[in-house]
Design a protein around this ligand. Structure first.
Ligand SMILES: O=C(CO)COP(=O)(O)O
Length: 254
């Protein structure tokens, strides 16, 4: 079987001022060794242009955004369009992060629209899903995550779906230092892939990159990424330190 594309995406969230962002991007470029793993820097909007300039000669480094608006343009104060992102060299857009679902009320319907917008612009969505602790304790986590994926993505044609990266991020593991165990991550990733197989067939499901996110760090990345259905990570806190982030990148499957 062809190895799926391995990806490590750093989600800087609302961290790093302009100078700090420049330093972080430059240190990542200095430390990164050539490999087949794609490394995506999802920086705040103010950094995108500069980070693109810093990473532009490194083949494995890509620029990502953390959100976009669902309309093309217009009177949406404070928002950003896919065309704006594309014009500064963005390749990937994180959609449906649990923080956006929770703090900004992003619904499944809205995320389906954003997914369409990102794909129509020729950009690649990193579509996030994941359950709260209550849902996990109730034992309905697989159904919850599968419902998020169905609602956000299953209107896509097979050709469109092949451009999507999925990120499973259990909310109870985000920023808590409490990561999912390798078995918990693998079980959910396998359940996601089984759902994709039902909808799009085995060939597309096998080729889909499914990232794990939630307290990934330099110490736990290798064992998480060694799981057969875990194809890399979406990393928050540990992506803000170049040395640790590179350790995580180097923990992906060769
Ligand atoms: O939300 C995350 C990445 O999108 C995970 O954040 P942490 O790695 O800080 O837990």
């Amino acid at each position: 079987m062809k190895t799926r594309q391995q990806i490590v995406a750093g989600n800087w969230k609302m961290n790093k001022n302009y100078g700090e962002g420049r330093e972080l991007a430059m240190e990542i470029v200095e430390r990164l060794k050539p490999s087949n793993t794609q490394v995506v820097l999802c920086a705040p909007y103010i950094h995108l242009q500069l980070v693109k300039n810093i990473i532009k000669d490194v083949a494995s480094l890509y620029l990502g955004a953390q959100n976009c608006h669902q309309e093309d343009k217009g009177a949406y104060t404070g928002e950003i369009s896919v065309d704006m992102l594309k014009s500064v060299g963005v390749s990937y857009v994180i959609l449906g992060h649990s923080e956006r679902r929770e703090y900004f009320g992003e619904s499944d319907e809205l995320l389906a629209k954003k997914t369409d917008k990102v794909l129509a612009a020729g950009l690649l969505p990193i579509f996030c899903c994941g359950e709260s602790l209550d849902i996990r304790d109730a034992g309905t986590h697989v159904a919850h995550v599968q419902a998020q994926i169905k609602a956000g993505l299953f209107h896509l044609s097979p050709e469109e779906f092949q451009k999507v990266v999925i990120a499973y991020e259990p909310i109870w593991a985000i920023g808590t230092g409490r990561t999912a165990s390798p078995e918990q991550a693998q079980d959910m990733h396998a359940a996601i892939r089984a759902l994709l197989t039902d909808q799009y067939g085995a060939e597309i499901a096998d080729a889909t990159t499914i990232l794990y996110g939630g307290s990934v760090n330099g110490g736990n990345a290798a064992v998480l990424f060694s799981q057969p259905d875990v194809d890399g990570g979406l990393v928050g806190g540990a992506s803000l330190k170049a040395e640790e982030f590179i350790t995580i990148v180097e923990a992906t499957k060769k």
